[in-house]
Design a protein around this ligand. Structure first.
Ligand SMILES: Cc1cc2nc3c(=O)[nH]c(=O)nc-3n(C[C@H](O)[C@H](O)[C@H](O)COP(=O)(O)OP(=O)(O)OC[C@H]3O[C@@H](n4cnc5c(N)ncnc54)[C@H](O)[C@@H]3O)c2cc1C
Length: 487
C-alpha cells in the first residue's frame, strides 16, 4: 500500500509527488496520457512534437518556487534563458518585454508615453517584489477563514504590508486610471491582456496585488524548455519509482484505513489521495455524497471559466536565430467564437533537436476562448467554426508577423475546449484554473477535500496558474501534509 496515490501528472501532481517522495513517503503517480504535464505537456502528432499550451517556464532564479524546488530536489532542467520573454504587437507598435526593469519600462514609455508611467510602474514593480519576498511566510494556507498563525506571520512583514496596503486591494483599472495621466484603449488592452494570461481576469476584474504579479512576469527569468515543456515534469518525477503512465483512475473507494483505486491497469491501495483534477471534476471519482456536493457547488460558485483555442503546425525554418520565442498579438476585434482579442504564438528553438526537425520549427498558438461556443454542436458546425477561427488567426499572423507569409505550414491542427476535455479530462475543457479575480479573491478554494486523507492540487485550488502558481500550490499542500516541511 502506498502512502500517497496521486491522480494526474500535471504540474501540480508531478511537483507534489516529487516533494512527498523527497520527504520519505511512498508515492504512486497515475497519468492517463502517455506524456506528463497535462496542459503544460508536449504531444506527438504525425512524427512531430508540439507543446500543448504552456510554453513559458518562469522563475528558476531568486525567490521563486521553481528556484527553491530545484535546489531542494537537486533538479536539472534542460532550459535556455530567453530575453525578451515576449514580443507584443498592438496596432503598428511592437513592445519587447525585457527582463531588465529599466529596459522594459523604456519600451512601455516609448509605446504608451505618460508622464505618470514611472509612478505607476514603480508601484507595480515594488508590489510584486514585496509579494514574492513574503509569500512563503504565508504558507501553509488551508482555509479562507482568518487564521491566528497568519496574523503572527504577517507581523514579521509589517513594514512591507504597510507599504502595499493602501493599494493592494484596489481595482487595478481604477488604480491605473487614477495614477496615469490617461489610459487609452491600446494601453488598457496591453495591461489587461497581461492580467488575462496570468490571472485569467481583465484589468478591471483584478486587484493591484494580482495585477502586479501578472504585469511583471516578463521581468522574472523566463526560459525555453528544450525538447518540450513535458521535460520539466519529467525532471520532477525522475526519482519516483512508481509512475503509471497511460493509466486512468476510474473510481476511488474509501475505507476506514485506506483507499482503493480502480484504474485501467488494475486496483491499487493507498493511505492518502492527492487529486490533480480540477475541483469541478472530483465527483466523477467518488461515490461520497460530500465530495459530489462540494464539486457540483464549486462548478456553480466559480461560474466564470475560460477555455482555450489552440493551433499547432510545423513551419519551414526561414527564421533567423534571434527570432523571438513568444509573440503576443493584441487585436482590436474579437476572434470569432472565442470572445478573445489576442493571439499568443510560441516557436520552437532552432537548436531544439526534438521539436525542430527536418529544417522545420514547431509552433503552438493559443487564445482564450469561451467554452459555450464549442459544446453541443453538430459535427459539421463544429468543424466549420474551427476552420473559421483557424483562417482568422492565420490571416492576422500574416498581417502582424509578415515573415510567416513566406513560410510553408505543415500539419495544421487545432484544439478547442472539447479537445482539452477529451485529453486532460478537465471540466468542460476549462483551462487556466479559477480566475484570480476580485469576485473570487476571498472564496478561492483550498487543497482540502471533505474526506479525510483526500487532498487537492492544481490550478483550481491555489490562487495562481502556470508554473509559478501551481508549483507554489504544491509546496502549500506539502506543508499542510507534513508540518515539518520547511521551504
Ligand atoms: C493554452 C494554454 C497556454 C498556457 N501557457 C502557459 C505558459 O506559457 N506558462 C505557464 O506556466 N502556464 C501556462 N498555462 C497554464 C498552465 O498550463 C496550467 O495552469 C497548468 O499546466 C495546470 O496544471 P495542473 O497540474 O493544475 O493541471 P493539468 O495540466 O490539467 O494536469 C492534470 C493531469 O491529470 C491527468 N488526469 C486527469 N484525470 C485523470 C484520471 N482520472 N486518471 C489519471 N490522470 C488523470 C490529466 O491527463 C493531466 O495530465 C497555459 C495553459 C493553457 C491552456
Amino acid at each position: 500500500m502506498f502512502d500517497f496515490a496521486i491522480i494526474g501528472a500535471g504540474i501540480g501532481g508531478s511537483v507534489v509527488a516529487s516533494i512527498l517522495n523527497h520527504l520519505g513517503y511512498s508515492v504512486a503517480l497515475f497519468e492517463k496520457l502517455e506524456y506528463l504535464c497535462g496542459c503544460a505537456g508536449t504531444f506527438r502528432r504525425k512524427g512531430y512534437y508540439f507543446n500543448v499550451g504552456a510554453a513559458t517556464f518562469v522563475g528558476l532564479d531568486g525567490n521563486l518556487p521553481l528556484a527553491k524546488l530545484k535546489k531542494l530536489l537537486n533538479l536539472d532542467f534542460p532550459v535556455v534563458k530567453i530575453d525578451p520573454s515576449l514580443k507584443i504587437y498592438i496596432k503598428d507598435k511592437t513592445i519587447n518585454r525585457y527582463q531588465d526593469k529599466n529596459m522594459a519600462f523604456e519600451e512601455i514609455q516609448k509605446a504608451f508615453y505618460d508622464k505618470n508611467n514611472q509612478k505607476f510602474w514603480s508601484t507595480i514593480y515594488n508590489t510584486s517584489d514585496i509579494i514574492w519576498d513574503m509569500l512563503y511566510d504565508f504558507l501553509p494556507q488551508q482555509s479562507n477563514l482568518p487564521d491566528v498563525n497568519l496574523i503572527f506571520r504577517a507581523f514579521k512583514h509589517i513594514d512591507k504590508i504597510i507599504k502595499i496596503a493602501p493599494y493592494f486591494f484596489k481595482n487595478a483599472r481604477a488604480y491605473a486610471l487614477q495614477t496615469l495621466n490617461s489610459l487609452d484603449k491600446d494601453y488598457e488592452r496591453f495591461l489587461s491582456y497581461h492580467t488575462l494570461i496570468t490571472a485569467q481576469g481583465f484589468l478591471d476584474e483584478v486587484n493591484v496585488g494580482v495585477a502586479s504579479l501578472g504585469l511583471t512576469y516578463p521581468n522574472l527569468d523566463n526560459y525555453y524548455v528544450i525538447g518540450g515543456m513535458d521535460k520539466a515534469c519529467e525532471a520532477f518525477v525522475k526519482n519516483l519509482k512508481h509512475v503509471f503512465r497511460r493509466t486512468t483512475v476510474q473510481k476511488i473507494r474509501s475505507y476506514e484505513d485506506r483507499f482503493v483505486l480502480e484504474t485501467s491497469a488494475g486496483e491499487f491501495e493507498a493511505k492518502n489521495i492527492v487529486l490533480n483534477k480540477t475541483i469541478f471534476d472530483l465527483h466523477e471519482l467518488f461515490d461520497d455524497p460530500y465530495i459530489k456536493e462540494f464539486s457540483f457547488k464549486s462548478q456553480k460558485t466559480f461560474s466564470k471559466k475560460w477555455g482555450a483555442f489552440t493551433m499547432y503546425f510545423m513551419v519551414d525554418d526561414i527564421f533567423d536565430k534571434d527570432f523571438e520565442y513568444h509573440h503576443f498579438i493584441l487585436l482590436d476585434e474579437e476572434i470569432p467564437f472565442t470572445k478573445s482579442k489576442s493571439i499568443f504564438l510560441s516557436i520552437s528553438a532552432k537548436e531544439d533537436s526534438i521539436l525542430s526537425i527536418e529544417n522545420k520549427r514547431s509552433i503552438t498558438i493559443s487564445t482564450h476562448s469561451t467554452i459555450d461556443e464549442w459544446f453541443g454542436l453538430e459535427k459539421e458546425e463544429y468543424k466549420r467554426r474551427k476552420k473559421v477561427v483557424e483562417n482568422f488567426i492565420i490571416d492576422r499572423l500574416h498581417k502582424y508577423i509578415p515573415i510567416l507569409k513566406d513560410a510553408k505550414l505543415y500539419n495544421v491542427e487545432s484544439g478547442t475546449p472539447l479537445t482539452f476535455k477529451r485529453y486532460t479530462s478537465r471540466y468542460m475543457g476549462s483551462v487556466g484554473g479559477i480566475p484570480v479575480i476580485n469576485e473570487y479573491f476571498f472564496k478561492y478554494p483550498r487543497p482540502i477535500s471533505p474526506i479525510k486523507g483526500v487532498y487537492l492540487v492544481g490550478d483550481t485550488v491555489f490562487p495562481g496558474q502556470g508554473w509559478p502558481g501551481v508549483s507554489l500550490g504544491a509546496i502549500n499542500l506539502a506543508k499542510i501534509i507534513d508540518k515539518n516541511f520547511k521551504l
